[in-house]
Design a protein around this ligand. Structure first.
Ligand code: GLA
Length: 377
């Protein structure tokens, strides 16, 4: 059997959800800090038709298995169901929230690589949640509530204790803008991504990142350990509120201390990066990206040899003024800021260095900053 090819029937309705790239502010969302992601032009497309039975039937051009949900029966998590659990979780949580779920056939097709740190799972969740609400007749879908519901699905149904960054950015994204999001209050500001003679490029290490199986939940619990210790001395709600002094004075466990130092320093970097982007100071922005990568390598320990090889070689190449891993880490993608007229030579050189060190090549994605989930042509 081959993956399903998409045949659009004339009555089908089209939707699109972007992926996201985090420009800076990594592993801060579940610590109540600031993050700066942007929705990207790579994403997931859906073609939707109505059904006459009481079912949701989803197929994908990327995955072999069909996900079928009988809406008259209880919806249960299934071990090893892969992408099916994202679909089931979203349908179940919207049903529990009293949405009258319409019977639909949905064909998904992605130009966003999955498991690469570009939020393919958040894009799938948010896309499906948006489709179900639109098709149920909701005119103005509440994007923030949709993001929050999808985060609950990921945390409690799929079992990954992620923060709100991914779902928020793909649900609310704004063309040509990054968002600076306070993950504690959800206050946010859209900032134009004006990079002049430079442009951001995403670099896929082609080392697959399995979020649920990775050390993601372990990092989260190490941060909780640091927070609990500090809370014995100080009334703070999240680790993002702790000062450097709090961390150094109260957190004795060396591992927890390193994690908490990353959180403190990265949080400052996001705020500095916001100022640099607004002022068009890309050199400073690039330096902050480099410092972010080093902190993720040394204090948070989520980079790995592939991402280090990319980020550390990238900045030695003419025209590159900043590079860092993006997303959860442990493989997946990096992002670099590169002079436009040096881009081709940059890609060639980096790919050469990476292949020599790691043994297989990189993939590169040039992208536009996109709007969030919505109807498509
Ligand atoms: C994953 C999670 C996000 C965030 C990043 C790291 O993408 O889904 O919530 O924690 O990792 O910044």
């Amino acid at each position: 059997m081959s993956p399903h090819s998409i045949v659009h029937s004339p009555q089908s309705r089209k939707y699109f959800c972007p992926g996201r790239v985090c420009l800076i502010g990594e592993h801060l969302d579940y610590n109540g800090g600031f993050v700066m992601p942007a929705a990207i032009s790579l994403g997931i497309h859906a073609s939707v038709t109505s059904r006459s039975d009481n079912k949701i039937v989803c197929t994908s051009a990327q995955f072999f298995n069909t996900v079928e949900i009988d809406l008259s029966k209880p919806i249960e998590h299934e071990a090893a169901a892969g992408w099916g659990n994202y679909v089931k979780g979203v349908v179940k949580y919207l049903k529990d929230a009293k949405l009258k779920i319409p019977a639909l056939s949905i064909e998904f097709s992605a130009d966003l690589p999955s498991g690469a740190g570009l939020s393919s799972s958040a894009a799938l969740e948010v896309l499906l949640a948006y489709i179900l609400q639109k098709e149920a007749g909701i005119e103005n879908v509440d994007r923030i509530k949709t993001a929050l519901l999808c985060k609950e699905v990921e945390n409690d149904f799929v079992g990954v204790k992620c923060g709100i960054m991914d779902q928020f950015s793909v649900a609310t994204g704004k063309k040509e803008h990054a968002v600076i999001l306070n993950c504690d209050t959800l206050e946010h500001e859209f900032v134009p991504v004006n990079t002049g003679d430079y442009r951001f490029i995403i670099i896929n290490s082609n080392k697959r990142r399995e979020l649920a199986g990775s050390k993601f939940n372990e990092r989260k619990s190490e941060c909780e350990t640091a927070l609990k210790v500090i809370q014995k001395h100080k009334a703070i709600k999240s680790l993002g509120e702790a000062t450097r002094e709090d961390v150094l004075t109260f957190v004795e466990d060396k591992t927890a201390q390193k994690r908490a130092l990353h959180v403190f320093e990265e949080n400052l970097r996001v705020q500095e990066a916001g100022k640099s982007l607004k002022q068009g100071d890309l050199i400073e922005f690039g330096l902050l990206m480099n410092a972010s990568h080093q902190s993720l390598k040394i204090n948070y320990e989520v980079t790995g040899v592939e991402l280090d090889t990319i980020a550390e070689n990238a900045i030695t190449i003419d025209g590159c003024i900043g590079a860092r891993m993006t997303g959860a880490g442990f493989g997946g993608c990096a992002i670099a800021l590169v002079k436009k007229d040096k881009m081709d030579a940059f890609k060639e050189k980096l790919n050469h260095l990476y292949t020599a060190a790691i043994g297989y090549p990189l993939s590169f994605y040039e992208f536009d900053v996109s709007d969030g989930v919505g109807e498509a042509q």
